[in-house]
Design a protein around this ligand. Structure first.
Ligand code: NAD
Ligand code: TYD
Length: 366
């Protein structure tokens, strides 16, 4: 059965497009939809890396703007200039451990920043009476639902019960997004995905950290006893789901996105390090010796798992990668992009913006 098209993007504001998922999304969308304009607004925090977008930086339908989503004057002027039909909002502080160190940074970006975007969109769309052609896609996480025991799965109807400052800030932004839809008629759609992995993920998150340390023969920290369970989703499958949701999803609807790959952390880490050893032709068990059990994360959510029947049944989305395929592709990507990993580890990636800007000035561009 043909799915009815629900939204036609023409001019898209993508926030946080220099981060892990945002850059994978832009690499897909800018090339797939050459007639659609994409403006990437990113503050380039430590998590933003413009080198991720090297392949599309000269594309005629792509523009980068450095700026903060909390800067309402800037966001307003971008709406004026580019007449956005669509917002796809990725920008966030995204790491749970950092949210334990500095919760207020998460409130500033994830709560205040997200609500600033919603509010500017309301002024431009709802107050001008053209909201029905528009779409605000708010990207969120399954962590808003809290922690599961050994059984059960989250569904779109599970009540919110966030347990980390990161999850609480994302839950709050989801609530604001829904409130702007209910109160002002803003055309909001929300998707909550499980743990992503794949190319361009910052090596503070479990999978790239394990690959990076296994490569360099450094200790690999496993929190607690490694029994916590995550439901892993290959980032390209997530981006394909977001593409489908943007075009075919219904307003005011939430979609969970996951691939049903539930694995305890220790099993995942062992498979990953074995894969690194095999890929590098090292003797079996080399990297397993690097695994260290370390102090657990405070309030560590035990298990996440998603029931994704809504997106499968309503929108026909299915992941294309098994966990095994995704891990293999990810290990291969990190091993053949050592330069990317080195530039992140020695901080030189932070200068990519200045280099690009200076190069353009020197060559007479703007
Ligand atoms: P990331 O940390 O890799 O990237 C975040 C991006 O946002 C960076 O480019 C950063 O520079 C930018 N940013 C941060 N604060 C900003 C601000 N105030 N203004 C403008 N830009 C700012 O994050 P990610 O892993 O790509 O996650 C993207 C989104 O997806 C987030 O909203 C996250 O909550 C959600 N999500 C992530 C996962 C996951 O496993 N990574 C899973 C589900 C949902
Ligand atoms: P992470 O990648 O930080 O994602 P999230 O906390 O959003 O799920 O962590 C994934 C799992 O791996 C989580 O249970 C915490 C655990 N973990 C470790 O055991 N060691 C580490 O060094 C990290 C970063 C995470």
């Amino acid at each position: 059965m043909e799915k009815p098209l629900k939204h036609t993007p023409e001019s898209v504001l993508v926030t946080g497009g220099a981060g892990f998922i945002g850059s994978n999304y832009l690499l897909r969308m800018v090339r797939k939809y050459p007639d659609v304009r994409f403006v990437n607004l990113d503050a380039l925090t430590y998590a933003g890396n413009l080198a991720n977008l090297h392949e599309i930086e000269e594309a005629s339908n792509y523009r980068f703007v450095r700026g903060d989503i909390s800067d309402s004057n800037l966001v307003d002027s971008l709406f004026e200039q580019f007449r956005f039909t669509t917002v796809v909002h990725f920008a966030a502080e995204s790491h749970v451990d950092r949210s334990i160190e500095d919760p207020l940074a998460f409130v500033r970006t994830n709560v205040t920043g997200s609500t600033t975007l919603l509010d500017v969109a309301r002024h431009h769309w709802v107050e001008n009476g053209n909201a029905s052609r528009m779409r605000f896609h708010h990207i969120s996480t399954d962590e808003v639902f809290g922690s599961l025991g050994l059984d059960g799965r989250f569904s779109e109807d599970t009540p919110y019960a966030p347990r980390s400052p990161y999850a609480a800030s994302k839950a709050s932004s989801d609530h604001f997004a829904r409130a702007y839809a209910e109160t002002f008629g803003l055309p909001v759609i929300i998707s909550n995905a499980s743990n992503n992995f794949g190319p361009f993920q910052f090596p503070e998150k479990l999978i790239p950290l394990v690959i990076s340390n296994a490569l360099d023969l450094k200790p690999i920290p496993v929190y607690g006893r490694g029994e916590n369970v995550r439901d892993w989703l290959y980032v390209e499958d997530h981006c394909a789901a977001l593409d489908t949701i943007l075009h075919f999803g219904s307003d005011l609807r939430t979609y969970l996105v996951g691939a049903g790959n539930e694995v305890p952390n220790l099993d995942l880490v062992r498979s990953l390090v074995d894969l690194v050893d095999r890929t590098l032709d090292r003797s079996e068990g080399t990297a397993r010796k690097l695994i260290r059990f370390v102090k657990d994360r405070p309030g560590h959510d035990f298990r996440y798992a998603l029931d994704v029947s809504r997106i499968q049944e309503e929108l026909g989305w299915e992941p294309d990668h098994t966990l095994e395929d995704g891990l293999k592709k990810t290990v291969d990507w990190y091993l053949s992009n050592k330069g990317w990993l080195d530039s992140v580890r020695d901080d030189s990636y932070l200068h990519y913006y200045d280099r690009m800007y200076t190069d353009r000035l020197n060559s007479g561009g703007n």
